[in-house]
Design a protein around this ligand. Structure first.
Ligand SMILES: NC(=O)c1ccc[n+]([C@@H]2O[C@H](COP(=O)([O-])OP(=O)(O)OC[C@H]3O[C@@H](n4cnc5c(N)ncnc54)[C@H](O)[C@@H]3O)[C@@H](O)[C@H]2O)c1
Length: 257
């Protein structure tokens, strides 16, 4: 968004990481501020948004991207075994955080810009059941519902709100928390072989908050290399559909992207 001309307030619990992003923005001629904020802290979120408007004069875009990506990996299993603290913390960061940000940003968007665009980064984990990530999945489904509610309640006042549901993306968090074997296993369900990059998500994010997407709101956009575009038994296709033409002539390996 900075590359597209936006002044950006980078808000993260990772103070050094946020400062590094702002330094990169400034090195390329843009402007930004970095603030250490836990997104589940209502007063800190209100103050950061207010300070952003004070610094830049207006608020046009809110991108809710922070996620409890480290907290949930180890202990977020199923509904019986997941500690209630993990459930609560996941919901606090992934649902309460975006709700607080919308709550404090929307009045300032309308007051300073007369309109606004909100983007919530959810996940394809919000669509389907799994044997792990009960809290994370529920939180991302809730975020998709929040997106539709915000789009509906404030659409006629000039607020657009959409969500990008990503599949596996090779971010720092994913690389830190998933093994090479897990990366390879997820590859079997994708129709595009090279794992997605943060830049590929950012391309859609910038489009969705731009005027070019002015007629689009309340929607969920999937960026997952086609992993949720097919029947669940696709990965077993040489067994269940042996008559089908296999991508590689039958060995089960996927064709290069
Ligand atoms: N990478 C993937 O494979 C993948 C898949 C599906 C969805 N997503 C979603 O994409 C978004 C970005 O994920 P990522 O892969 O870049 O993760 P990441 O772990 O690399 O980045 C998450 C960021 O959130 C920050 N954060 C965590 N808790 C916070 C809090 N309480 N307050 C403020 N900041 C906090 C972290 O410091 C970090 O900078 C997330 O919403 C995630 O759920 C990612």
């Amino acid at each position: 968004m900075a590359a597209a001309g936006a002044a950006v307030a980078v808000v993260d619990v990772d103070t050094a990481g946020a400062a590094a992003v702002v330094a990169e923005i400034e090195a390329r001629g843009g402007s930004g501020i970095a603030r250490a904020v836990d997104v589940s802290d209502g007063e800190a979120m209100r103050a950061a948004i207010s300070e952003t408007v004070g610094r830049f004069g207006r608020l046009d875009i809110l991108d809710n991207n922070a996620s409890a990506f480290d907290a949930w990996v180890a202990d977020d299993i199923d509904v019986v075994s997941t500690p209630i603290e993990v459930w609560d913390r996941t919901m606090a960061i992934n649902v309460r955080g975006p709700m607080l940000a919308c709550k404090h940003a929307i009045p300032l968007m309308l007051a300073t810009a007369g309109s606004g665009c909100i983007l919530n980064i959810s996940s394809t984990a919000g669509f389907l059941g799994d044997v792990i990530y009960v809290a994370y999945s529920a939180s991302k489904a809730a975020l998709q519902a929040l997106t539709r509610s915000v789009a509906t309640s404030h659409g006629k006042r000039g607020i657009r709100c959409n969500t990008i549901a990503t599949g596996l993306i090779a971010t720092e968090g994913a690389r830190r928390n998933l093994s090479d074997a897990q990366f390879e296993a997820y590859e079997q369900s994708r129709l595009v072989v090279p794992v997605g990059t943060p830049e590929q998500v950012a391309e859609l994010a910038v489009f969705l908050v731009s005027d070019a997407a002015g007629y689009i709101t309340g929607q969920t956009f999937v960026v997952d290399g086609g992993a949720h575009a097919h029947q669940p038994w696709y990965t077993l296709r040489d067994v269940v559909h042996p008559q089908a033409v296999q991508p590689d002539g039958g060995t089960g390996a996927l064709a290069p992207g």
